[in-house]
Design a protein around this ligand. Structure first.
Ligand SMILES: [Zn+2]
Length: 129
């Protein structure tokens, strides 16, 4: 029997305990708001382990956004060296931030559950088909 690697579980946004069940009901991009399962459809783990637990994901999302803004800002600087209008930076960074918001929302929760939640442990016995 093959176990699921952590990196595969993170990239495909799977449950941190069994690495099998999906965290989200719908796909990453689309106009519908993203919906999360309350419990893992495979092992039954309750994702929101404490009330308001996902407020913490906002801090992760904020960190991701800052890293994104810095990266995109530097990329803009190196691509448009002639044009130093601050509006270029504002528009490009805001656009990247808005376009990647669904990704940010999703992965801030994935990172929170997989790396910042010591109460949730991977249990091999749940990692079966
Ligand atoms: Zn699970």
């Amino acid at each position: 029997m093959a176990y699921t690697s952590k990196i595969n579980a993170v990239v495909s946004a799977k449950c941190p305990r069994c690495r099998r069940g999906d965290l989200f009901k719908n796909s990453m991009y689309g106009f519908a708001p993203q919906k999360m399962y309350e419990n893992c459809p495979h092992c039954g783990l309750r994702y929101e382990i404490e009330p308001g637990y996902f407020y913490a994901a906002m801090y992760v999302g904020y960190a991701i956004n800052v890293a994104l803004g810095v990266t995109v800002g530097f990329a803009t600087y190196f691509i448009t060296q002639e044009d130093q209008s601050p509006w270029i930076y504002i528009i490009v960074i805001l656009l990247a931030s808005v376009l990647l918001a669904p990704l940010n929302f999703r992965y801030s929760r994935v990172i929170l559950l997989h790396w910042l939640s010591p109460k949730i442990k991977y249990i091999k016995d749940y990692d079966y088909d």
